[in-house]
Design a protein around this ligand. Structure first.
Ligand SMILES: *[C@@H]1O[C@H](CO)[C@@H](O)[C@H](O)[C@H]1NC(C)=O
Ligand SMILES: *[C@@H]1O[C@H](CO)[C@@H](O)[C@H](O)[C@H]1NC(C)=O
Ligand SMILES: [Cu+2]
Length: 181
């Protein structure tokens, strides 16, 4: 009895594993990549903005932030609390600060979109978030939770909070340092 249950589980595992040899054994924590990358530029033309600040992405797409002068970052927040790390700090992303005095910073930050829920984020430098340096992935365009509403609330924030750890994505060498951003 016991043996046959184990045999059944093993058989199922083998059948499932065979066609997805490069897949993960943690399907709930990973998604198949679409190979689509959305580039976002932080601080274009010396302004405290993300460009584009509104990205529509599929699950499995990558969002890749490129950092211009002087010293920006991306940090995930909830819609309701702009400029503050998401309450679920363990699952929210932070790129760390990516300073550069000219051109692009040597590293970019890559984040894999894992579901279709809106993802709100801000720059954790100084008062950049209060000044409007915020963006969203997959805003719900039928909802009152707009980026403009996020930014309006951000203006009232007393102090932007820097997340404690770099996580939730990959800091990697800039694959396109002369991209003309
Ligand atoms: C970038 O900003 C962070 C946070 O304000 C600061 O700790 C760091 O020293 C800055 N780096 C440079 C090179 O200015
Ligand atoms: C978008 O927002 C509307 C209005 O709040 C809501 O009814 C709808 O369920 C939302 N759509 C998604 C995909 O969350
Ligand atoms: Cu900034």
């Amino acid at each position: 009895m016991y043996t046959s249950i184990i045999a059944t589980v093993l058989a199922a595992a083998v059948i499932k594993a065979a066609p997805t040899s490069t897949g993960s054994i943690f399907p709930s924590r990973t998604v198949p990549l679409t190979r689509v990358t959305h580039s976002v530029v932080a601080g274009r033309a010396g302004q405290l903005i993300f460009d584009p600040q509104n990205v529509v992405a599929q699950v499995g797409d990558i969002v890749e932030w490129h950092f211009l002068p002087m010293n920006h970052s991306v940090a995930q927040s909830s819609f309701g609390s702009p400029c503050v790390p998401d309450a679920d700090v363990s699952t929210s992303f932070f790129s760390g600060f990516q300073p550069t005095t000219s051109g692009q910073a040597p590293n970019v930050f890559q984040f894999i979109v894992k579901d279709s829920n809106p993802i709100w984020y801000y720059c954790a430098q100084g008062n950049h978030c209060e000044s409007g340096m915020a963006g969203v992935i997959n805003q719900n365009f039928s909802s009152a939770n707009t980026l403009d509403a996020y930014k309006a609330k951000a203006k009232t924030v007393q102090k932007t909070v820097i997340p404690p750890v770099v996580q939730g994505g990959a800091v990697i060498p800039n694959p396109n340092p002369l991209g003309g951003f």
